[in-house]
Design a binder for this molecule. Structure first.
Ligand code: MF3
Ligand code: CO
Length: 267
């Protein structure tokens, strides 16, 4: 069932999405070699609690942590752990909150220090593909237009692997609402979008092949070939001429640029 939001509800969803953006900004400030993803989990939990919200991932279908921390070959749903992050890691932090009953759910991939040019390009192109998908989130377009735009910019143009098993989704009072938003597909197919549909658009793009597997923990999704994977996610509201992005990378990027341990040289 597709649920459209009122303008007042969109304003509340903006607050939820922005709380995630602010949390990811705190992550951008703290990241440096030696920090663990469990440290990040703790910071995120505290920050969200201080802002009168609750993390939405904890206990979602039994998920045992407050964030997903997906490092290098982990595509998504990585468990925070006590391994110190190091120069050369690429770290996707995905966080969900519930604020006043509404969900925010978004993610950003950080680059720790020095990486190969091909990894910088993978991160750049994956972020670009998110915005190319968002451009298509306007009324009377179809979900397949978003999917096609992401696949075209990543798989077709650069030969990257687009993960098929996991998809973006509607967002609202629930973390996962209809419709599903695959990162691959055909133009002019799928659900025809109307105003105030809220979507979490989240390309998951592999440097190598698109195949993935899930660890014995039942959650951690990894690339089959062990090559790195990148994940970006925004919360987006469908509008007439231009989608309204509810989350905000500009504050995360400002903190990223100011952090000498993070590599933002690709933008
Ligand atoms: N952003 C992811 C999603 O929308 C994160 C979900 S993690 C889970 O599916 F633990 F909550 F499942
Ligand atoms: Co999501």
């Amino acid at each position: 069932m597709i649920i459209h939001k009122t303008d007042a509800e969109i304003a509340l969803m903006k607050d939820a999405a922005m709380l995630v953006s602010k949390t990811l900004t705190e992550v951008a400030k703290m990241l440096k070699p030696g920090v663990t993803t469990m440290d990040i989990d703790k910071l995120c939990l505290n920050f969200v609690k201080e802002h009168n919200a609750i993390p939405s991932f904890y206990n979602y279908h039994g998920y045992p942590h407050h964030i997903c921390a997906s490092v290098n070959d982990v595509v998504v749903h990585g468990f925070p752990n006590d391994t110190p992050l190091k120069n050369g890691d690429i770290v996707s932090i995905d966080m969900g909150v519930i604020l006043k009953g509404w969900h925010g759910d978004h993610a950003y991939t950080f680059i720790m220090g020095d990486v190969a040019p091909e990894i910088l390009q993978l991160v750049k192109v994956t972020k670009e593909s998110l915005y190319k998908g968002i451009e298509k989130a306007v009324i009377n377009n179809r979900v397949g237009d978003i999917s096609y735009a992401i696949q075209d910019h990543t798989e077709t143009k650069f030969g990257y692997g687009v993960v098929r098993e996991l998809v973006g989704h509607g967002l609202g009072r629930s973390l996962h609402e209809d419709p599903q938003v695959p990162n691959y597909g055909k133009r002019g197919t799928g659900h025809k979008m109307k105003e105030n549909l809220v979507l979490a658009i989240e390309p998951m793009i592999n440097l190598g092949g698109r195949e993935v597997y899930t660890d014995d923990d039942g959650w951690t999704v990894r690339t089959r070939d062990g090559q790195p994977s990148v994940h970006f996610e925004h919360d987006v509201c469908v509008k007439r001429n231009q989608a309204l992005i509810l989350s905000d990378y500009s504050i995360i990027e400002a903190a990223e640029k100011a952090n000498p341990h993070l590599n933002s040289s690709y933008y």
